[in-house]
Design a protein around this ligand. Structure first.
Ligand SMILES: [Zn+2]
Length: 433
């Protein structure tokens, strides 16, 4: 029997853009504060969960799930229950010695920066013996070999599972540095393999996985490291034996790795997921395409990732889900993600007919939408690249023709379909003007 192929959305709480008051552009990663209300936190995630449920997305991962500013444990539990009732698992993300641990930006016992402020001797140190810090903030990372830290990671994981009763947990290793204390070095030397970062990841994750095992439930556990993903894609040398067999692994898939996907790499087979690290708030993310604005459509890349993932028997794919569907190109990305994860061989025409209609018009009009959007993106990219006035004139004329054709269709339809066509018209107008 064919194994289930999982589809998941990954998010940071403070970057969610699923409601009207969400136009607060915030920095990437854990540095961002949460500036919206606790109601908005719940409402935005409910919108995403509803959408995930409609599109048969299995789970939503939430980094920054626990913050005092948006309701802490109570709000997090509400979301998990909301998802459970709709068939969507809401998975809290916890940092493995980074990403502020279990509770973000508070004085909580399980907030990593607060823990290291109280116990500075437990911080990971750089080659010069100094704690890793950023802009005079408290130390960033845990030393993996200190017994107190191992206990803290284990107890924090137990606490998180007891408090939230989630259906799964995402263990995120967002650091590129290792601790240079003598005991961490000894510990890494005792492990096989040459990847220091991955060994550090294993040492920090180990107590967390012990806690999950101790809970006895059937939790989905995903271990993710930004640091090792691309290398992991290309090699068979990742020593997965250091991790409990209950864990799945999430590897970041860059555009580069999709273009040069090696055939038959068994390192990725089995309990591995690919993460398409694309986000409106991360213009330089590895899955972005450079010209980062609302025109960005990643359907090609998403379809390619789905085909590779199925071809190599990965157990699922993760896509950033922070951006709402008011952005039509983003809505198309999500529709493609949901459709191609289930049927990676689906043609563009079948995709348009089965998944875009009736929202984008009748089947024929929906297919036309897709073709015209793709055409506008290529025109825009060409215009950005060229400098000669003649070539520019020719491309502008092409864009103008496209504009008049889209305007004609937009006028002829109504309702929600018209909103999407009007959005396309607006995108092309930016090129023409
Ligand atoms: Zn250390």
């Amino acid at each position: 029997m064919q194994e289930k192929f999982y589809t998941l959305f990954w998010t940071w709480d403070h970057r969610m853009q699923w409601s009207g008051d969400a136009n607060l552009s915030l920095p990437a990663g854990e540095a961002g504060p949460y500036l919206k209300s606790s109601e908005t936190f719940l409402n935005e995630y409910k919108c995403l969960i509803d959408y995930a449920s409609q599109r048969q997305i299995d789970a939503v991962i939430v980094a920054g799930m626990l913050r005092k500013s948006h309701g802490g444990v109570r709000a997090a539990k509400k979301l998990i229950d909301y998802g459970r009732k709709r068939g969507v698992s809401v998975l809290p993300s916890a940092g493995t010695g980074s990403y502020d641990g279990f509770v973000v930006q508070t004085d909580d016992h399980y907030c990593l920066s607060s823990w290291l402020e109280r116990h500075p001797q437990l911080a990971a140190i750089d080659p010069a013996g100094k704690p890793y810090t950023r802009q005079n903030a408290p130390a960033l990372y845990l030393c993996s070999s200190k017994e107190e830290n191992q206990q803290w990671l284990k107890q924090g994981t137990q606490w998180l599972i007891d408090k939230l009763e989630p259906e799964g947990i995402f263990l995120s290793h967002g650091r590129l540095e290792v601790c240079h204390c003598s005991s961490c070095k000894r510990s890494r030397d005792s492990l096989e393999g040459s990847d220091e970062i991955f060994k550090e990841f294993a040492n920090l994750t180990s107590p967390m996985l012990q806690a999950v095992q101790g809970c006895g439930g059937n939790l989905m556990v995903i271990c993710a490291s930004e640091a090792v993903v691309d290398r992991a894609t290309y090699t068979n040398t990742i020593p997965l034996q250091y991790f409990a067999s209950l864990a799945s692994f999430s590897w970041e898939l860059s555009l580069q790795s999709l273009k040069a996907w090696p055939a038959g790499n068994t390192a990725r087979r089995g309990k591995h997921l690919g993460q398409l690290h694309h986000s409106i708030s991360e213009p330089n993310s590895s899955f972005g395409v450079g010209d980062f604005h609302r025109r960005q459509l990643l359907l090609d890349e998403i379809r390619s990732a789905c085909r590779h993932a199925h071809g190599d028997s990965l157990s699922g794919l993760i896509l950033n889900g922070e951006m709402g569907i008011h952005s039509v190109s983003n809505e198309l990305n999500y529709l493609g993600f949901s459709a191609f994860c289930r049927d990676p061989q689906l043609t563009w025409e079948a995709f348009a007919v089965q998944h875009l209609s009736p929202g984008f018009g009748d089947p024929e009009t929906s297919y036309k939408f897709l073709q015209m959007l793709q055409q506008s993106i290529s025109l825009h990219r060409e215009l950005v690249k060229i400098s000669g006035p003649q070539e520019r004139h020719y491309l502008s004329r092409e864009a103008y023709h496209l504009f008049t054709e889209v305007a004609r269709v937009t006028e002829a339809i109504s309702g929600e379909s018209q909103r999407r066509w009007a959005w396309l018209l607006g995108s092309i107008a930016e090129i023409v003007l």
